[in-house]
Design a protein around this ligand. Structure first.
Ligand code: FEO
Length: 173
């Protein structure tokens, strides 16, 4: 049986992953209104991925005999000053998520919960990738500056992102 302190922390993380999903879906909507359909596609797929993260924590709690408790989710922003700021926010959000995952990992060690430590390894690795990807796209977006041709090509490139084949959280284990 999972300890209550770990269960509470995982429930908090489920809410944070759902918020992340809503945030990226909101960003997808924003980009669509700006006719940046590649960026919109990238964010929409990111939103789906975040929901699989929430489900992964949800399933883990149940596997450990715990109880998922869903919390109210704050509304994400829906307006940004410009399209680059959206990606800057996404990059900073991923850095924040990394710090949350590391806090959870610290707690699992303190509580000597080896199963939770093992499960979190996937998230620790995933965050390295998520920060690298969002950081790289953000840097390239900044480099594009006011060059519409470069923006066209970057947007086109992001149209190619496809949803991960393992769309369900269980098979992402
Ligand atoms: Fe679930 Fe992008 O962190």
């Amino acid at each position: 049986m999972i300890k209550e302190v770990i269960q509470n922390a995982i429930n908090t993380q489920i809410a944070r992953e759902i918020y992340s999903s809503n945030l990226y879906l909101s960003m997808a909507g924003y980009y669509t209104t700006k006719n940046l359909h590649g960026f919109a596609n990238w964010m929409r797929i990111q939103a789906e991925e975040e929901m699989t993260h929430a489900l992964k924590f949800f399933d883990y709690l149940l596997d450990r005999g715990g109880k998922p408790v869903l919390a109210a989710i704050a509304a994400p922003p829906s307006e940004w000053t410009n399209p680059v700021k959206v990606f800057e926010d996404a990059y900073h959000h991923e850095q924040l998520v990394t710090s949350w995952i590391h806090e959870l990992a610290d707690l699992a060690i303190t509580e000597r919960d080896h199963a939770t430590s093992s499960m979190l390894k996937w998230f620790i690795d995933e965050q390295v990738e998520e920060e690298a990807t969002t950081g790289e796209i953000y840097d390239r977006f900044v480099m594009v500056g006011d060059n519409p041709t470069a923006l066209f090509f970057l947007d086109n490139e992001l149209k190619a992102r496809k949803a991960a084949p393992a769309a369900d959280a269980k098979s992402a284990k």
